[in-house]
Every structure is written in C-alpha cells, then in structure tokens.
Write a protein that binds this ligand. Sequence first.
Ligand SMILES: O=P(O)(O)OC[C@@]1(O)O[C@H](CO)[C@@H](O)[C@@H]1O
Length: 156
Amino acid sequence: MHDDYWTAPHVFNDMKEYDYNMYRKLQYASLILFKGDLNYRKLMGEVCWNPLTPFQKALQGFHPAPIIAVRTVKSDLISGMPKPKKSKKKKKKKKGKGDRLAEITEADPKWMETGNYGVIQYCKKKEKLKKAVKPCKDFMDDCQGYWCPPNKEQYS
Ligand SMILES: O=P(O)(O)OC[C@@]1(O)O[C@H](CO)[C@@H](O)[C@@H]1O
C-alpha cells in the first residue's frame, strides 16, 4: 500500500495519531506482512525491549490487522525471544529454543548486528473496526471501493 507514512519519521504505534485514515485502511486487511529491519524497528517503536518481552506487547497497541514480521536481524533490538529452560538436572534436560538462543549469544555476542540471523514473528491480535469518527479524507464521495470496501460507516 503506497503512503507517505512508510517513509515518515514515525514509529507505527503513532500511526493512529498522525495518520488516522492510513490506520483505518489497514484495518481492512486480513493480514499485514512487514519486511525488513527498519520496519521491524518501527513496529517495536524503536524501543530497546527486554528480548523476552512478548512480540504482541512490544507492538504497543499497533493492531490494525494480524501482523507477520519477516526480518534479518541487523540491529540490537528484538522482542519475543524464548526463555532458556530451567532445570536443576542440567545434563538430562532437553534443549529448547531458548537454550539454542543462549548458545548463539555465547558464541557470537554480536549476533544481532551481523545479519546472519533472522526472525519471522506473528501477532494475531486485531483491533475491532470502530465506527469512523472522521470522514475518509482520501476518498470522500469519490470512493470507488478499491482500497476500502464500500462502507457506509466511513462517512458517518
Ligand atoms: O534485510 P534487507 O532487505 O537487506 O534490509 C532491510 C532494511 O530495513 O535494513 C536496513 C536497516 O537496518 C535498511 O537499510 C533496509 O531497508
């Protein structure tokens, strides 16, 4: 979807405030696929989260539609990382994803900057489309139902 917002200096959880109509248009999507490190940083609000913070929480209310983020990790900011398994019997414990992450971090402390690793993350949360509080400034009466399905509530 073409829009100036993608290249504006705003993180995505600010979209409702700076471009209400853009957020609303995205709410008609079944799924939004974000690609790349820069978009991932904007999804995270450029916040250096504890990496164990759930991906959904790090989106800080940006839920126009379910989201998939596909990202080559190139900057020191991430969320949704798995915890290592806790077990007193270290030798017997089965390794989980969190243990693999701990191994990677130990072997390559700069793993988040090399671009050698990637993540694909999913958040199913979707904010319910509310009755419009402002008219659609992009289409108004000329709406052809191309971007937005013909929808009376847009003009109420
Ligand atoms: O993964 P890719 O497609 O090579 O790069 C994705 C990207 O977001 O990462 C850089 C920021 O780290 C940007 O310059 C670039 O657009």
